[in-house]
Design a protein around this ligand. Sequence first.
Ligand code: UGY
Ligand code: MN
Length: 238
Amino acid sequence: MQSLGHSRSAHRDNHILHTPDAFVRAPWPGMKNATAIIHATPTIGAKFTQYTAEFEAGGHLPASHLQRFVYVISGEINTANATLGPGAYAYFGEGQSSQLDSPSGARAVVIEKPYQPLSGTPPPSHFSGYENTITPQPLMGDPDLEVRSLIPSDPSFDFAVNTMTFRPGATLPMVEVHVMEHGLIFLEGGGIYRLGDFWYPVTVGDFIYMAPYCPQWFGALGKTPAKYLIYKDWNRAA
Ligand code: UGY
Ligand code: MN
């Protein structure tokens, strides 16, 4: 249907809402039989890059010189060490073989970031895993809001990636205002996201960038859980 110039997407001082109706696909350097929806890069002030990679059969994404984290939404992806299906993820440090290949097509979230060393701590090594093997933790004691940490709790990592699952009606317990920035993609359900002084209806496939100190709150609406994958810088002072 004709949108008559309307979109839920928004670009404001301290946040971006990027909705599927506004996605523009572009090749990421070196991609073959694949394309990227680039959601956040340093061009918007982010200290990381996040994109959705869409692989056709035989799709290829070359290795990155940066740290790379990949989370598979659908299909299968081969890394140098493992085959990742839906809900699987992998981390690659700088200089590690982070190329991704998909024999029969896939869709995945990709996050890349220059590594910020921590004096006296060696950089982290490659790992992969399945989200459904992670024990969920209730956020601030709320059993209706489950957090799964996909990156180990280890100071060598300079970022965190979590999934957060809200039962219908569950909300963040407070309006958060913090120094960390976020890249967030909705995997299931939806609700209302407060960003700065705006309240947005959000749903599956939407991406949100939150700059440091962007006031943020979410409430899940509907009869099914809402779930998102969220990146934040972590374990570093600046
Ligand atoms: O980890 C977080 O900061 C998370 N609770 N933020 C959010 O969901 N917007
Ligand atoms: Mn937050």
